[in-house]
Design a protein. Structure first.
Length: 446
């Protein structure tokens, strides 16, 4: 095979503009507004969860704009992997890439299970697991078909999900009482705030996936900044409003415990609406139905980002070369998408959705830590590198993100020691394979 043919087989198409990037950035994350975050209230109460969320918002704001600087300077599909590889060398590049892969591959199974459960509420005869697998296959096929079609669909369902949240805010505004925010604000003491951190992260998990479509972005040096910036600011506003209005209608216990089962619920917005209008009101049914679009947006979007992350890993020889090929017709990372889906379905079959979410958080926090170290190293080692965007308040911005993400990783490890060992085991097994099998691909070395 000629060099030109090989490069063509590893080249992604540039199709995405700033609006598509906004849709992807918000879409990756927006399911976190509709489910999961409320379980942090069980740990921290209103005050503990609010404090955890405040620190996580600060972490994501500083991290996102630092990450944007690197994405504009190094617009490649590997994201954190490419930045760490250039800054810290192949070993730390490997760990950054593996952390990213763990985050992006293990988040979709948890969301798929939630989609299956949600569909079963609407159509009781449909099995949860079977529905989840069908959704996996459908959205993997859409991503293989083309990035523009995938991103257009993502934009549509993201806009619908945002409108659903706006409708929720309007429906609950008249019932909001500030005094409800003060009910039992710290049920487990300040330790509860630390335990709530993973659920605060769920509000924003995977926003960094915008960087993984940099190679498919028109004028990435400009549009990545617009897409990243508008997405994170949109998400911060939605996070604050969702938290405030959900808890403000009747206290935090209302949006945690399912009154029918007595168990913690993954549906905080419907629970809040039930307290306001009842479960038979048309607004309740409409917002509950729209909530499904939020789950689909994040599920589909993270599948898209995961395909690019694992594709880059294979393209530079850090994973089997089969990952690093693009479809000859559609110019998408078809092999990486299919293999990721196979792994995701295996994870889905375990039924351990809570544990899968936590492992994804381990990957995300590891990625954030290595990325911030990479950024500081890049500034010091490559001062003349072209940087179309420079993060404000350097070096304070990366230091803030680094400190908060490190404290969050320590906290999540203390509360989940067994899962921490499983996560470390995954990294070590992959690293051993990497050291045995890795062969540099000269065409892809900088």
């Amino acid at each position: 095979m000629s060099d030109n043919s090989t490069k063509s087989n590893q080249q992604l198409d540039r199709k995405l503009g700033p609006l598509m990037l906004w849709g992807l950035g918000v879409g990756y994350v927006i399911s976190g507004m509709y489910f999961g975050w409320n379980l942090g209230l069980l740990e921290g109460g209103t005050l503990g969860m609010a404090v955890a969320t405040g620190f996580i918002i600060l972490m994501y704001l500083t991290f996102t704009f630092c990450y944007t600087e690197m994405a504009c300077a190094i617009p490649k599909a590997g994201g954190a992997f490419d930045y760490a590889h250039k800054a810290l060398g192949k070993n730390w590049g490997f760990f950054a890439g593996m952390a990213q892969n763990v985050e992006f591959i293990f988040a979709p199974p948890a969301i798929a299970f939630a989609i299956g459960a949600y569909v079963q509420l609407l159509f009781p005869s449909l099995p949860i697991l079977g529905t989840a697998i069908v959704f996996y296959l459908i959205f993997t096929a859409l991503n293989i078909y083309g990035v523009q079609a995938a991103a257009t669909f993502e934009l549509l369902v993201t806009v619908l999900a945002v409108l659903g949240l706006v409708l929720f805010f309007l429906a609950t505004a008249n019932s909001f009482e500030a005094s409800n925010l003060a009910n039992n604000p710290l049920p487990n003491g300040w330790a509860g705030a630390f335990a709530a951190i993973p659920f605060a992260i769920w509000f924003f998990l995977a926003i960094e996936g915008v960087a993984n479509v940099a190679e498919e972005t028109v004028n990435p040096q400009k549009n990545i900044l617009i897409g990243f910036g508008s997405a994170i600011l949109t998400l911060v506003v939605l996070c604050l409003l969702t938290f405030t209005f959900s808890v403000g209608v009747n206290g935090w216990e209302t949006v945690v415990m399912d009154q029918n089962t007595g168990e913690p619920s993954d549906s905080p917005l419907p629970l809040a609406l039930m307290a306001v209008v009842g479960e038979h009101h048309i607004i309740f049914k409409v917002i509950s139905l729209i909530g499904l679009s939020g789950l689909i947006a994040s599920f589909h979007g993270i599948i898209l980002a995961a395909g690019r992350a694992t594709f880059e890993f294979g393209r530079v020889g850090f994973a089997p070369p089969v990952f690093g090929k693009v479809h000859p017709k559609f110019k998408t990372p078809a092999n990486a998408l299919v293999i990721n889906t196979m792994i995701g379905i295996v994870a889905l079959l375990t039924g351990k959705t809570g544990e899968i979410i936590t492992i994804a958080c381990f990957g995300a926090l590891s990625l954030y830590i290595i990325s911030m170290v990479s950024m500081i190293k890049l500034r010091n080692s490559f001062p003349d590198m072209e940087r179309p965007f420079k993060v404000p308040f350097y070096p304070l911005s990366p230091i803030i993100a680094l400190v908060i993400s490190s404290l969050a990783l320590i906290s999540i490890t203390i509360y989940n020691p067994l899962l921490a060992l499983i996560y470390i085991g995954l990294l070590l097994v992959a690293y051993i394979w990497f050291n045995i099998m890795y062969k540099p691909l000269q065409d892809n070395e900088d």
